[in-house]
Design a binder for this molecule. Structure first.
Ligand SMILES: N=CN[C@@H](CCC(=O)O)C(=O)O
Ligand SMILES: [Mn+2]
Ligand SMILES: [Mn+2]
Length: 340
């Protein structure tokens, strides 16, 4: 397939849908489809399903003094996902890429938020392919915008305490990451600040900020960041807590967090993985948490019935080895989108 279904418009941040990465082997046997044979460019009247949308941006990584290259992440994830076996029931759509121009990070984030809100409004489950972790502020903002427009009708928010009644959705943010990304955004807004920006946004709206950061490296986060996480009531699980013996307890703790939320947003920074599993990131992890240890948590989030939105951040193809990191990102897409 090599088709461009959306022409580049007046919108400089939105590229035409490029189906050229969706290539791979085709087997002659029946029931042997792969992603490249099933995924369709998103059409306005599409049946609701999984909607992949890229965020080709590393302006936030650059501002955070990181190794740039994550703008190439969406295409690399698509190429790695294309040949994977198709085990889904529902449809999957490719909604194209939001592209950041130079350092125009806020414009790109604004565009992604609009796109995510639109996908949610149309009943899709967006899965955003980053891009640096600055994607998280944009992803969350899209969910927030969608809920602002629709939450009052859903009846799932906390009971109103004030008049006029305002819905206050309890969005649980689950970040699989070696880093809190809670840096003070008043200095610079970057890939290191998205959850502090979200906390500020929740505070402005009077919404609760519910944030779980799983896989944190104590060595890679300053005392100030641990203190900020504490004052914000963040559920923290450090990388060294991820052992087979504690696996059930971790799932149980996360289950308690999920039970206090109406909606979930899952964001995975690939640098949560050991550098041997994910070398292609800005800040490879000396220790990390293996995919095998993360899988039960991801499955419990996926199967909670509350997952509205997910993204995968920080794939930097320029530092990848043998497409290892792209493959693990594709495997995460496969895992997150299983619906059978
Ligand atoms: N999103 C990135 N976050 C990390 C990067 C750390 C590093 O470059 O060493 C952070 O800001 O803490
Ligand atoms: Mn990180
Ligand atoms: Mn991060």
């Amino acid at each position: 397939m090599n088709e461009k279904t959306r022409t580049a418009s007046a919108n400089d941040n939105m590229s035409a849908i490029d189906m050229s990465p969706w290539q791979g082997r085709t087997d002659p046997e029946p029931d042997s489809d792969r992603w490249h044979q099933r995924i369709q460019p998103l059409a306005p009247s599409a049946v609701p399903g999984t909607a992949l949308i890229g965020f080709a941006c590393d302006a936030g990584v650059a501002r955070n003094q990181g190794r740039i290259g994550a703008a190439g992440g969406p295409a690399a994830i698509r190429r790695a996902l294309a040949p994977l076996a198709w085990h889904r029931q529902g449809p999957a759509h490719d909604a194209g890429d939001v592209v950041c121009q130079g350092d125009a990070l806020e414009e790109a984030q604004h565009e992604l938020a609009s796109q995510v809100a639109g996908l949610l409004d149309n009943g899709h489950r967006p899965l955003v392919l980053g891009g640096g972790h600055e994607v998280a502020f944009a992803s969350w903002s899209g969910l927030a915008r969608h809920l602002e427009n629709h939450e009052a009708l859903s009846g799932s928010a906390e009971p109103c305490q004030t008049e006029p009644c305002k819905a206050r959705p309890r969005i649980g943010i689950i970040n699989l990451d070696a880093h809190f990304d809670l840096r003070d955004p008043s200095h610079v807004r970057s890939s290191g600040t998205p959850f502090a920006q979200i906390a500020d946004s929740c505070s402005e709206r009077g919404w609760p900020f519910r944030y779980a950061c799983l896989g944190v490296s104590r060595a890679a986060n300053t005392r100030a960041l641990f203190q900020r996480a504490k004052s914000l009531g963040v559920l923290v699980r450090e990388d060294r807590e991820f052992t087979p013996a504690r696996s059930e307890a971790l799932v149980r703790d996360l289950g308690r967090f999920i039970s206090r939320c109406d909606h979930l947003y899952l964001t995975t920074d690939l640098d949560v993985l050991p550098s041997a599993e994910a070398p292609g990131v800005s800040a490879p992890a000396a220790r990390g948490v293996s995919l095998a240890m993360l899988e039960p948590l991801i499955e419990s989030i996926r199967d909670s019935g509350k997952l509205r939105l997910a993204d995968i951040a920080e794939l930097n193809p320029e530092f990848d080895q043998d497409n290892r990191t792209a493959r693990v990102a594709a495997r995460l897409v496969h895992l997150l989108t299983l619906d059978t």
